[in-house]
Ligand binder design. Structure first.
Ligand SMILES: *Cc1c(COP(=O)(O)O)cnc(C)c1O
Length: 218
């Protein structure tokens, strides 16, 4: 745990930017150390790990899901999750809506867009997503809050390419806003190695793991 890095983020991130501490593969002790410094938003990528940590740690933690979510796991997280950032299909949206209804919640979701063309990446194709938004069927999903967009840049050292990906994600975000309206305000882009670039391309939510917690212990 790098306390000095977390302090630096507290001090330097612009006020409109939300810091999500990505705690996947890190211990509960490390999470509570960040918590003791004032961090309240943590993100996990695997449901099993999320459930264990949520059950045992402070109840005022806001948990985000950032990994691929299988529909058969939705029910287990819907009672407490504060944001699902990795909504990558219409099928998943419909499932979250159904489960949210059962527990009388409205769940905030980010749509995950994939712009890099990397084969192993999940997320909506940008064109399909824009088409889905324009078609308007999503209005029937009354237990979903369409809060914004999440995206990742290509895994590379090439800053020009990273910036191009973030620009594209930002463009898609602006276009989607036309359809989803005022609720659609979160643009989640940027991780440890690229969050500076993401911020300069319009991100207002960064997901940072290694910089805060050190290397993950797999
Ligand atoms: C693991 C992960 C992060 C954090 O990555 P770091 O490089 O450790 O900051 C951010 N976003 C997603 C979707 C992740 O899976």
């Amino acid at each position: 745990m790098h306390r000095e890095n977390l302090s630096l983020l507290f001090q330097t991130l612009p006020e409109n930017v939300t810091l999500v501490a990505v705690s996947k593969f890190h211990s509960k002790e490390k999470i509570m150390e960040a918590y003791s410094m004032g961090q309240r938003i943590f993100a996990e990528s695997r449901v099993q790990e999320l459930l264990l940590k949520q059950a045992e740690l402070s109840k005022d933690i806001c948990w985000h899901m950032i990994g691929h979510l299988q529909t058969n796991k939705v029910r287990s997280i819907v009672p407490f999750i504060s944001l699902i950032q990795s909504v990558d299909s219409r099928h998943l949206l419909e499932c979250i809506d159904r489960e949210a209804k059962m527990v009388q919640r409205r769940i905030s979701c980010l749509l995950e867009v994939s712009v890099t063309g990397e084969k192993n990446k999940t997320g909506w194709d940008a064109e399909n997503l824009l088409e889905y938004a324009r078609a308007g069927e999503w209005k029937n999903l009354q237990n979903i809050e369409f809060s914004g967009l999440m995206g990742m840049a290509t895994l590379t050292d090439d800053e020009t390419l990273i910036r191009k990906d973030f620009k594209r994600i930002h463009d898609v975000f602006i276009e989607l806003k036309d359809s989803f309206g005022a609720q659609f305000k979160t643009l989640s882009m940027g991780m440890t190695d690229d969050y500076h670039i993401a911020l300069s391309e319009g991100s207002n939510m960064v997901r940072i793991g290694s910089f805060i917690f050190g290397p993950r212990e797999y």
